[in-house]
Write a protein that binds this ligand. Structure first.
Ligand code: GRF
Length: 194
């Protein structure tokens, strides 16, 4: 039996799509049993529908309270019992009860070379704006284990990209995202099949 994973997403789902592409091409030996989205209407949900992957939409707001969100998310993940839980553009904090129960089994992709440009407030285009305003020559992306502090878990894999003087936050974001699409599926493969 192939190991199965659950993906959590809050946005366009391009990393989720990259995981599905890697499964289709055979470079990732796994299946995605469920997508958890943090809000309705996002691209990741459309991708899941196209691939006939079941979707749940949940957040503290949608569940009515942080405690109810934790309860429902924990129950869903226990029911799914995935080999790995993959945050692919997920923007909400994972409740601590979920992290404790699945310790070492939750990974996240972040668009910088952690520990630089990680933590509260460093998400999306803000990461690349900060890298450019600091005149860094190198940026990249990181896959790390999820712990209770934002972006602070142990680093599993990183990929560097150059930052050019003429870069805007958007051109840098595009270059980093291309590498995320390689790094995330390759890291999942290594974790599932060491
Ligand atoms: C990516 O840069 C990812 O690292 C970040 O969200 C961005 C968009 O992800 N956490 P996606 O296109 O929704 O996969």
């Amino acid at each position: 039996m192939k190991p199965h994973i659950v993906v959590l997403a809050s946005g366009s789902g391009s990393n989720f799509q990259a995981i599905l592409n890697a499964i289709d091409s055979g470079s990732l030996d796994a299946s995605v049993s469920h997508l958890i989205a943090s809000k309705p209407g996002i691209g990741a949900i459309q991708i899941a529908s196209g691939a006939r992957i079941p979707v749940s939409i949940m957040s503290a707001r949608l569940c009515g309270s942080p405690a109810e969100f934790e309860k429902q998310l924990l129950q869903l993940l226990k029911d799914q019992n995935p080999a790995l839980i993959v945050l692919a553009g997920w923007l909400l904090k994972i409740p601590s009860g979920v992290i404790q129960h699945f310790e070492g089994k939750i990974i996240n992709i972040h668009p910088s070379l952690l520990p630089d440009y990680g933590g509260q407030g460093f998400y999306g285009i803000r990461v690349h704006q900060a890298v450019i305003s600091d005149r860094r020559r190198i940026s990249g992306c990181t896959v790390h284990l999820v712990t209770e502090e934002f972006d602070e878990g142990p680093v599993i894999a990183r990929k560097q990209v150059p930052v050019y003087p003429e870069d805007s936050p958007e051109t840098l974001a595009t270059r980093v995202l291309e590498q995320e699409h390689q790094l995330l599926p390759a890291t999942i493969q290594k974790l599932l099949h060491p």
